[in-house]
Design a protein around this ligand. Structure first.
Ligand SMILES: Nc1nc2c(ncn2[C@@H]2O[C@H](COP(=O)(O)OP(=O)(O)OP(=O)(O)O)[C@@H](O)[C@H]2O)c(=O)[nH]1
Length: 352
């Protein structure tokens, strides 16, 4: 196994190479398996699949009993995501479906931006390696084994560098350039992930809300597009400040934004959206003054096509626009009150 470790170390400056192998022990030919593995995991265009591919590849090549990939979200504030890969009863490496809490040693590794090794209370040897990009820790890797794992350090660091480069590119392609919020192409993945996660405190609902800035054309016409863009940017900041860390924020395009909220009942979702609406209405936007948003929301369930949920929230948003703007309306509530008129109930489409 030292073959793989030493090769990755060759690309590093001598001062930071931590492998214990002497230069004479380094092979000159790259093992095809290592290249195959790197090619396979960087083939993914989906970040979840990439994360799992990294953990599985590293667990096989190290080899390790388990590999944990812990990731900070792009703004460094929002909740970390965790992928854990373990060996199953048949000896194969598989992704552990159970959510695990991040070990405090992982957080320390990200904070210090340095690798370290320890032995835990179960007697397992552990190796922690930060995933660094432009002086920032994007996340960290944790390898677990029955024997010391220092020999796998160079391999893990090499994988961390490849992963950091690649994830940065992928994340940029998923973000709106102006606001840094997710763009629309990631919406379905985030919705499915929220719908599949175990309900918190018995509340299973996921809510989708669409916001639209009221009379935004006037802002552009009066102050120009540069100020219009500034309003969009500041609105995104208000979203980040107002919603919970595990809510997922998108700019769908233009002056249209989407939020996915999980773990709320109807009143909770409405409360969170109303708080945001009021916050925006009270915020003084430089030069432009006060701006309001209209909000429509709808419940999402696993049986819905994403377009159906968007369509329902959009109907509630349209209602809010038609009834004075600077308002929040829920599709299910409007439907129950008969306020939407004789509309077909979205979701009851006959396919045949
Ligand atoms: N500055 C800026 N303006 C944008 C952007 N995307 C869309 N717009 C403008 O947003 C405005 C949207 O106008 P409308 O759809 O007519 O709606 P509105 O004026 O907001 O009115 P209501 O939605 O009915 O309250 C148009 O003037 C677009 O040019 C953007 O990225 N930057």
């Amino acid at each position: 196994m030292s073959v793989a470790y030493d090769i990755v170390a060759q690309g590093k400056p001598a001062a930071s190479a931590r492998t214990e192998a002497t230069p004479a022990a380094r092979p000159l030919v790259l093992p095809a398996r290592l290249l195959d593995t790197v090619a396979a995991f960087t083939h993914h265009r989906d970040i979840d699949a990439l994360d799992q591919g990294l953990a599985l590849s590293l667990a096989e090549l190290a080899p390790a009993r388990a590999v944990v990939l812990c990731k900070r979200a792009i703004d460094g504030l929002r909740r970390e995501s965790i992928v854990r890969c373990v060996v199953d009863a048949q000896g194969a490496h598989v992704v552990d479906a159970e959510a695990v809490a991040g070990d405090p040693a992982l957080a320390r590794c990200m904070e210090e931006q340095q690798p370290h090794a320890d032995v835990d209370a179960r007697g397992l040897h552990r190796l922690f390696v930060p995933i660094l990009h432009e002086g920032r820790a994007l996340g960290a890797l944790q390898l677990e084994g029955d024997a010391p794992l220092e020999g796998a350090l160079a391999l893990a660091e090499g994988f961390a560098r490849i992963y950091a480069n690649y994830i940065t590119l992928l994340q940029e392609s998923e973000r709106d350039k102006l606001t840094g919020l997710y763009n629309r192409r990631t919406f379905e993945r985030h919705l499915q992930r929220l719908l599949r996660q175990p309900p918190t405190a018995g509340v299973a609902s996921v809510w989708l809300a669409i916001f639209d800035i009221d009379h935004f054309k006037r802002v552009n016409d009066t102050y120009g597009h540069v100020y219009g863009d500034e309003v969009i940017l500041l609105l995104a900041q208000q979203m980040r400040a107002s919603f919970r860390h595990d809510d997922v924020l998108f700019r769908f395009g233009g002056e249209e934004f989407v939020v996915l909220l999980a773990g709320h009942d109807e009143a909770g979702a409405r409360g969170a959206l109303e708080r945001f609406r009021e916050r925006v209405a009270q915020h003084p936007f430089p030069q432009v003054g006060h701006v309001t948003v209209s909000i429509g929301y709808a419940r999402a369930s696993l049986t819905d096509y994403p377009e159906m949920v968007i369509d329902r929230a959009d109907k509630a948003l349209y209602f809010a626009k038609q009834h004075g703007r600077n308002r929040t309306h829920g599709y299910e509530d409007l439907l129950a009150r008969g306020a939407l008129g004789p509309v077909a109930v979205t979701g009851s489409i006959d396919l045949f």
